[in-house]
Design a protein around this ligand. Sequence first.
Ligand code: ACO
Length: 372
Amino acid sequence: MVSARRSARMTGLLALPAFAALLAVPPATAQERTIALVGGQLLDGYEANPIHHATVLIEGNRIVAVGPASEIEIPSDAEVIDTRGKTMMPGMVDAHVHIMILDGRRGTLSVPAEVPLLVEAEGPVRILRLNRPHRLNAVSLPMYEALEAELERIGADLETRVVILTGSGRGFCSGADLKAHRDHEASLAERHAYIDTSQRVYRALQTLPQPVVAAVNGHAIGAGCELALSCDFVIVAEEARLRMPEVALGTFIGGGTAYTLRRRVGHARAPELILLGRYFTPEEAGAWGLANQVLPADEALPAARELAARLARNAPISMRLAKRLLDRAESVDADEALRLEAEALLTCMASEDWREGLEAFARNRDPVYRGA
Ligand code: ACO
């Protein structure tokens, strides 16, 4: 277990010279300090790839070299910061450390094979895979941060048309990491950071310009259930167990579900799920309108891919506006709804894609939309 004693800030971009260059850097030039980096966004090009072993060298606050190497012990007094320079909650750290350097000397580290979020690109589709399979993908601050950063990137990327959210291994997401919370009692500031980040993630899923498909390949509990319910489409594995057990654990729902669920499943059922915290089946989720499809676990992701491919063919501006209006559907009156639709219609009618849609229809071919 790594403990966070002091805080430090990382400055500047991380450089990634060849391993040979690392060996050429004399250890004496490096400042005495101990830094670990966590999260899935350590270095460009490394984002989607767990780094199992690495050697790093630090000068001042900067990592100046990274390369493959063998193992070392992580010292108990190591200072742990993430890639944004924030001190980590020690209890949250053990499974997230990717790289560590000791005291400015060249050091090596055995890196746990965990990156909290894996990102895969398949043409216009991004697959985001929650990746803490040893805990059935229980959420952690680094996972939320990685999700937030990735969703921000995707939101600004016109090439990405659809997002799929799924889990590694047999779970989708088992909610709050109960072991980490037990091991480390968070300070008030840490609690705020955790809650705020998680809520930004739920909202980012709901308001992302692109549609998001949840491929709920396995258990979705608590925060995991809320992540799925924040997506536009939900495909659930028959084997998945679904539950919001917060009240049974002495905690509370944080993703807005206590507020939205009554509207979504009805006055009688919402208390069953929120106050009783009972398990509900994928079939119930389907019948109540919380899930679009229920399939055997190994068919959930293929079905999500198929759905994503269909969604990706639609015009991006129309999709973005439609998603925005759906998000606001419960909070506007009929007059405002008409005004918003007229505004959306005018935007679409001024787009190149509208011309392309008309042209494709006239020529009896598939449209090719550019999102312009
Ligand atoms: N936090 C930390 N570790 C977890 C979590 C979690 N939320 N969920 C599962 N794990 C770990 C288990 O401890 C176990 O670890 P181990 O192999 O080292 O013993 C491993 O993941 C596999 O879990 P099992 O319990 O063995 O899997 P099983 O299929 O039998 O049960 C289930 C799955 C039902 C999801 C069960 O693990 C469970 O109830 N987990 C807790 C769910 C929960 O209450 N989450 C918090 C909700 S509140 C909120 O999110 C705010």
